[in-house]
Design a protein around this ligand. Sequence first.
Ligand code: PMP
Length: 400
Amino acid sequence: FFSSVLPPPEDPVLSVYFASRDDPSPVKLNLSGGSYRTEEGKPLVLEVVRKAEQQLANDMSRNKEYLPLDGLADFNNLSAKLILGADSPALEEDRVVTIQCLSGTGSLRVGAEFLAKHHQERVIFVSNPTWGNHPLIFNLAGLSVEVYRYYDPKTRGLDFKGMLEDLSAAPSGAIVVLQACAHNPTGVDPTLDQWEQIRKLVRSKSLLPFFDNAYQGFASGSLDIDAKAVRMFVADGGECFIAQSFSKNMGLYGERIGALTIVCTSKDVARNVHSQVLLVVRPMYLSPPIHGASIVTTILKNSDMYKDWTIELKGMVSRIVSMRQQLYEALQARGTPGDWSNIIKQIGMFSFTGLNEKQIRFIAKEYHIYMTYDGRISMAGLSSKTVLIQLADAIHAAIT
Ligand code: PMP
């Protein structure tokens, strides 16, 4: 039956993963992934997550029944409050639909399927560059993916003019994917003033914003500050889609826990949208998993645990900021040619180094350090003990 199945086209992200996996060097280092690592290079389970799991394990009244199609009700309410703000008028007016999904990816996919079925304009714009899975998710749902300018390699910053020009030329009704904060892969976010201009343009051109909120808390260390762009759009009363993930900010990667929020213009619209989203979910996976949702709910419900979470989140962010500073200083100390200030200016988990493919291949071959071929490195995968020196030496050698 399957003899005519062709091998898949080469995937640049997977090929880095395979190259790193097959490298026997004891000092190899893979900086291509997007998971937080401790100073010892180990995955981190937050203390507050362990505590919540303990509490759940001790609760004998819990069972393993199916959740409803839209997931755990408390989880949905608390997740919506986390991104929109507890005092959000949209929540008070009861025109917000939130459903538990399989993390950020699942939320994007369910949102995309809903839009392909119920939105008149099928064009969806993503930033250039963007997270590699965005085009795959949206294409598969039947949307037509286009790009808007975002990153300027010359300044290693935002191409704000290009972004506004491209969004101005988008057809009315087009969907625009905006990363809420800590843009992947560039680490470059608009300022609040720029967000305000983007918002005005999106609304005046009747575009539909679809926020990808995978890193709330990871840009500034504050959950509220990182929600500002989204809240700005929701405050104007317009429609808005938000895909939310707890993979990074609670370290719940493998639990696959997130939410899709759709802000509607009225309670009646929200009721219909809600029932139609359930029709997207039902044939796809029927009902979402219970464990991750229970962990998040336990933490968000309890003010002490919530506080503990914000402290641990800040701890992860400040370690990343310190890695940026240390890498920048190590390059300065070596006199590595070029302006490396982008490493400290960029925010979130990643740094877009500006290294080219030849330099990246050289670093992999000679120094056993792996990064994606667009020059993105996960700052969260570095440690000050050994790796910083190793990476700074490698970059210096590749440049000179
Ligand atoms: N959006 C962006 C921009 C991401 O970087 C990621 C994870 N790499 C996701 C969404 C989805 O992650 P998850 O499905 O684990 O929530």
